[in-house]
Design a protein around this ligand. Structure first.
Ligand SMILES: [Zn+2]
Length: 180
């Protein structure tokens, strides 16, 4: 009888452990707490109105992502950051850039010479402030990320000049090979 109870307890314990692990995975995927649209695995295009984004995004992220504000140069967390890993959209979790496409730029914003895949970002002509620029937006959620210039290094000659606040960084996991 005691043996049967012990087996029962151990089984329940194992089930609870597995459940906790599953919840942790889900939490990692939805890193932005309180943002139901955030996912690093779901690539479906989002058409969420700003009124809904305003409820789930921190004010600073909302101002850049949805109102096209620009963070001040040399103030963002990634402009001179050199970690190896992947950059995601801080609004929706869309994979945007790899660290091996990042280069040391003196402009004060994180700069990349290419996006991680075609469609990761989309482009719009931007004539604001009397300038002729190309705006870069997230390919999944349409959030403003920054601008694209033609003064980048080889092989593309492009400079994706991004705002740190709309990027999230995940370091490469050298212990697990199955990371997305
Ligand atoms: Zn996005």
């Amino acid at each position: 009888m005691i043996l049967r109870i012990t087996i029962f307890v151990v089984t329940v314990f194992l089930e609870v452990s597995c459940q906790t692990k599953q919840e942790e995975t889900t939490m990692a995927d939805r890193q932005q707490s309180g943002n139901p649209y955030y996912s690093r695995t779901d690539t479906s295009v989002l058409t969420i109105p700003n009124s809904a984004w305003k409820k789930v995004l921190p004010a600073g992220v909302y101002a850049v992502a949805r109102e096209k504000d620009t963070e001040r140069a040399f103030t963002g967390k990634y402009w001179d950051f050199e970690g190896l890993g992947t950059y995601y959209c801080a609004v929706c979790g869309n994979k945007l850039f790899r660290s091996d496409a990042k280069f040391a730029s003196t402009c004060g914003w994180p700069s990349f010479f290419e996006a991680v895949r075609q469609g990761a970002v989309v482009y719009e002509p931007d004539g604001s402030y009397g300038m002729n620029r190309i705006e870069v937006l997230c390919g999944r959620c349409g959030s403003h990320l920054g601008h694209l210039f033609d003064d980048g290094p080889l092989p593309t000659g492009k400079r994706y000049c991004m705002n740190s606040i709309v990027l999230g960084f995940a370091p490469d996991d050298t212990t697990h090979q199955n990371r997305q």
